[in-house]
Ligand binder design. Structure first.
Ligand code: C5P
Length: 246
């Protein structure tokens, strides 16, 4: 199923300051740099829901693995390490801070070293089981937007609203480049495209919970959409479902 954007000339929070859609679970999946995070965060804000960036959880575990000098391909060593790993997502205004064993690693988990290793770490069953357990616990009361790779297929296959967000490789690389520039890093576009492609390849070909669209997810191509349009489409869908119109 595909969606067309309805135009809204104001940022979404001005158009519709608050909608009261009950306590649904909203799953937003998709490949790297497809625009999931910003969309999920703003949708959660518009609905008064909790936002969970599950990629941040896998990144925090990866930081721990790298810091411990553990080989990202060594599933057994990583399983042992998980027993002494505590990842917490803490709300800080509209931001979510990521704590690893009590230390704020919000910026560190976005480093190139973590980005390069995260797919190798997150393919292990023990890592996935630990993260999924925690994500289900966080989502059990509903009123939550979770974004990742396997939310609609594995974590919450019964989520009432599911989106699979895609975008052309060029727009994804441009978005990722802008994020890096905002953090004072000047990116090499060719290397960025390669890194995104390789991460998608690893994420979608792994044995455990590969990245794929759930059969009942709505595919949304964000290549030519503004962020306001993306948010509007998801919020409209949530409202339809909440009002029994979908
Ligand atoms: O969303 P983000 O790009 O930060 O995710 C980083 C990595 O975490 C992904 O490339 C993927 O390997 C892993 N991930 C996952 N399952 C999720 C979310 C992220 O395997 N639900």
């Amino acid at each position: 199923m595909r969606y067309r954007a309805k135009l809204c000339i104001f940022p979404v929070h001005f158009c519709e300051p608050y909608v009261s859609p009950g306590k649904l679970v909203i799953a937003i999946d998709g490949p790297a740099a497809s625009g999931k995070s910003t969309t999920a965060r703003l949708v959660a804000e518009a609905l008064g829901y909790v936002h969970v960036d599950t990629g941040a959880m896998y990144r925090a575990v990866t930081l721990k693995v790298l810091g411990a000098g553990t080989d990202p391909s060594d599933g057994e060593a990583i399983r042992d390490l998980l027993g002494e790993t505590h990842v917490e997502l803490r709300r800080d205004g509209t931001l979510t801070r990521v704590l690893l064993d009590g230390r704020d690693v919000t910026e560190e988990i976005r480093s190139p070293a973590v980005t390069r290793a995260v797919s190798a770490v997150s393919r292990h069953r023990a890592v996935r089981e630990a993260m999924v357990r925690e994500q289900r616990r966080m989502g059990s009361a509903g009123g939550i937007v979770l974004e990742g790779r396997d939310i609609g297929t594995v974590v919450f296959p019964d989520a009432q609203v599911k989106f699979f967000i895609v975008a052309g490789i060029e727009s994804r690389a441009r978005r990722r480049a802008k994020e890096l520039q905002d953090r004072g890093i000047s990116p090499d576009m060719r290397a960025l495209v390669e890194e995104i492609r390789e991460r998608d390849r690893l994420d979608s070909t792994r044995e455990e919970s590969p990245l794929k669209k759930a059969d009942d997810a709505i595919e949304l191509d964000t290549s030519d959409l503004t962020i306001e349009e993306q948010v509007r489409i998801v919020v409209d869908r949530v409202r339809q479902v909440a009002e029994g119109r979908a």
